[in-house]
Design a protein around this ligand. Structure first.
Ligand SMILES: NC(=O)C1=CN([C@@H]2O[C@H](COP(=O)(O)OP(=O)(O)OC[C@H]3O[C@@H](n4cnc5c(N)ncnc54)[C@H](OP(=O)(O)O)[C@@H]3O)[C@@H](O)[C@H]2O)C=CC1
Ligand SMILES: O=C(CO)COP(=O)(O)O
Ligand SMILES: [Zn+2]
Length: 352
């Protein structure tokens, strides 16, 4: 359907490379922001990069402040909003994994301030997106926010992060296959708005990553480069769509439900990867391409089973049978699948 107007919000500066943390000040000074920065980080990223970024930002002439968050929750977002209200910073800088970046992004949107994204792990595709994803009791909101004005992704830092964080990022990208199929399904059955460009970009990003899967190796900085570029591309697809739809279908609903049922047991990207194997089976049947999804995950060393996620069988089945309840987003799960169907999908695919 023809729309009267479309707004696509994208970052202005995306700086990726070895040692680019030292260019954070330069990337920001080009944006003509005023006021002091507030760095939002979490414990490990603070040690890995947060203090360094804070020192670098000091070179811009205003004294930076820092707030450390512990978990992805609306309470933590409120706390950062309160700190920002008190300190009146000029802009927010999120330094960390998906948790710190989402919280900084959403707090900046609330305070109507600019936001800069400094990922310390190539673990998720929210690095560039204009969405925040935070659990709220029994549901999970995908909240509209502004995308970062600039992204500074230092491949030296990303390559030194534990390899499992990078394989989580790969799995978050591989899940785009099933997300795009669910999006097309919702378009056909529910008239959900679909963007050909965003869908094609998201799918192509997953294909390129899978084609390069053999060359992704632990400790290789080039691998961190390949993965972070794919994460940027996937985030741009979400910005074009103004929705997380290009990168989030039933496999994400499954993962969000696991976050509720087994909080902290596995990484977001690893959960959506296993969810993608199950979703591919549900979308396309036994002879479909769920094996390709599983093999792509296995090649990069991401989990493909409940055991590898460290989550018990009952929890996996409960997450699969209740995932459709987590938000109003039409997927292959429809109004829900029953216990027998969930068991069949999980055993045929070897997830259980
Ligand atoms: N907005 C969007 O579009 C998207 C949002 N997301 C969201 O992102 C989150 C998942 O992101 P993820 O990064 O997996 O989660 P976290 O931010 O929780 O990071 C995972 C773990 O990695 C640690 N860590 C981060 N960087 C380093 C490093 N360089 N070295 C060692 N450890 C490190 C963190 O430490 P610590 O515990 O100290 O923080 C944490 O323990 C979820 O909340 C998900 O919903 C995911 C995709 C898209
Ligand atoms: O994780 C995401 C894309 O990879 C987005 O998740 P949401 O759909 O919860 O915003
Ligand atoms: Zn995701």
């Amino acid at each position: 359907m023809f729309e009267k107007s479309t707004w696509i919000r994208l970052p202005r500066n995306v700086v990726v490379g070895h040692g680019v943390l030292d260019q954070t000040g330069e990337a920001i000074s080009e944006l003509h922001l005023s006021g002091a920065p507030l760095v939002v980080t979490s414990p490990t990223p603070r040690e890995v990069a947060g203090e360094r970024v804070k020192a670098e930002l000091g070179s811009l002439g205003e004294t930076p402040e820092m707030v450390v968050v512990e978990q992805a929750s609306f309470d933590e977002i409120e706390r950062v909003i309160d700190v920002a209200r008190d300190l009146e910073p000029g802009y927010l800088v999120g330094v960390g994994g998906g948790k710190a970046i989402d919280i900084a992004k959403m707090a900046a949107a609330d305070r109507n301030l600019g936001f800069i994204s400094v990922p310390t792990a190539a673990s998720h595709d929210g690095i560039v997106s204009g969405r925040g994803s935070v659990p709220d009791g029994g549901t999970r909101h995908s909240v509209a926010a502004d995308p970062p004005l600039a992204v500074v992704a230092d491949t030296e830092v990303l390559a030194e992060a534990p390899w499992r964080l990078t394989t989580a990022g790969c799995a978050d990208i591989i899940s785009n296959y099933t997300a795009v199929r669910d999006w097309k399904l919702a378009n056909r059955l529910q008239n959900a708005q679909y963007s050909e460009y965003a869908g094609a970009l998201s799918q192509m990003t997953a294909e390129m990553l899978v084609e390069n899967a053999d060359s992704l190796k632990r400790g290789l900085e080039e691998s961190a480069w390949v993965v972070v570029k794919a994460l940027v591309s996937s985030g741009v697809a979400m910005s074009i769509a103004d929705s997380s739809r290009p990168a989030s279908g039933a496999e994400h609903l499954f993962s969000h439900q696991l976050d509720r049922l087994a909080p902290g047991d596995a990484l977001h990207g690893h959960q959506v990867g296993v969810g993608s194997v199950l979703t591919a089976y549900l979308q396309d049947g036994e002879r479909g391409d769920w094996r390709n999804v599983r093999d792509a995950l296995a090649t990069i060393g991401a989990p493909t089973t409940a055991d590898e996620l460290g989550i018990d069988d009952e929890t996996v089945l409960e997450a699969l049978t209740t995932a459709h309840e987590i938000r109003d987003r039409y997927t292959i799960l429809g109004d829900g699948i029953n216990q027998d169907a969930a068991h069949e999908a999980a055993t045929v695919t070897g997830v259980l």
